[in-house]
Design a protein around this ligand. Structure first.
Ligand code: SPV
Ligand code: MG
Length: 292
């Protein structure tokens, strides 16, 4: 099997449209892999939400990296980290890339905003963008820091989010491509895909295009294929489904003061053991746990 970095590079450069799914800890990462996805989006929103902190870099970057280590250990498919702004300047970016490589992460996406960032769906138009040249330096520093040629750096353009138009989005994407970005993530907060499709048409496959259709979710996937989108990120749907499931279960147990209603509707304890790989430990005990 190819290394995780090579797998991610293939996802970005393959002819068709590929899909990766959000995960936010070791368990959800394992579920993503066994469902059949070829890659994982380590979402900044989901990683922070699972700790009940905000998507404003309240989680420190080393706390992020610690969670990533569990995710990488639990899986054999590539993880693309949502690395926000790179957690600082070009120098922080270099160190981040080196640490991510050490922890088995296949790539990082950085966005052209300022540290500390705010989620794109919270007052996006008030958010200042990073200076283009400064951001290009960050991309270049990251590329120069990686030791594995297939480690991928995805440059995320927040021009549409911040209220700019197609010209600014194209200007930034082209600059980031020239600075060495392996792919461009173009984000939009509209409920229709108009900005993204206009960009895709003008961009004309200059570098792999990555999108996050959280807001324009009703767009048929075929439309993304026709516009030669390389990678689609389903960015937050496991944390959201976990929240709904936990709220429902907690409320039902609290209201009925009993477990009877929920027992048949939630994962069994045996399923937890399976996801943890309990069987492997039982086998290992037979081999290694010698009694005196
Ligand atoms: C994330 O998943 O944290 C993202 C995508 O960055 S978004 O929340 O749409 O900005
Ligand atoms: Mg994010």
């Amino acid at each position: 099997m190819n290394s995780k970095t090579t797998q991610l590079r293939h996802l970005l450069s393959s002819d068709g449209t590929e899909f990766i799914m959000e995960a936010h800890n070791g368990l959800s990462a394992r579920i993503v892999e066994e469902t059949g996805f070829k890659g994982i989006w380590a979402s900044g929103l989901a990683l922070s939400a699972q700790h009940a902190v905000r998507d404003n870099n309240e989680l420190s970057w080393t706390q992020v990296v610690d969670v990533l280590e569990f995710m990488a250990d639990a899986t054999s498919i590539p993880i693309l980290l949502d690395g926000d702004t790179g957690y600082g300047d070009f120098n922080n970016m270099r160190r981040l890339v080196r640490k991510l490589e050490q922890r088995g992460i296949a790539g990082v996406c950085i966005e052209d905003k300022l540290f500390p960032k705010t989620n794109s769906f919270i007052q996006g138009e008030r958010q200042p963008l990073e200076d283009v040249e400064t951001f290009c330096g960050k991309i270049q520093a990251g590329k120069d820091a990686q030791s594995d040629d297939d480690f991928c750096i995805v440059a995320r353009v927040e021009a549409f989010i911040a209220g700019w138009g197609l010209d600014e989005a194209l200007r930034r994407a082209e600059a980031y491509r020239e600075a060495g970005a392996d792919a461009i993530l173009m984000h939009s907060k509209l409920s229709r895909p108009d900005e993204i499709l206009a960009f895709a048409t003008e961009w004309a496959d200059r570098a792999p295009l990555v999108i996050v259709p959280t807001k324009y979710y009703s767009t048929p996937t075929e439309v993304f294929r026709q516009h030669r989108v390389s990678l689609v990120i389903w960015a937050n749907h496991l944390i959201r489904s976990a929240i709904s499931a936990m709220q429902d279960t907690a409320a039902r147990i609290q209201a009925s003061e009993s477990l009877v209603d929920v027992e048949g509707q939630i994962a069994t304890v045996a399923e937890i053991f399976r996801l943890q790989g309990a069987d492997e430990l039982l086998e290992a005990e037979k081999r290694y746990a010698r009694s005196a």
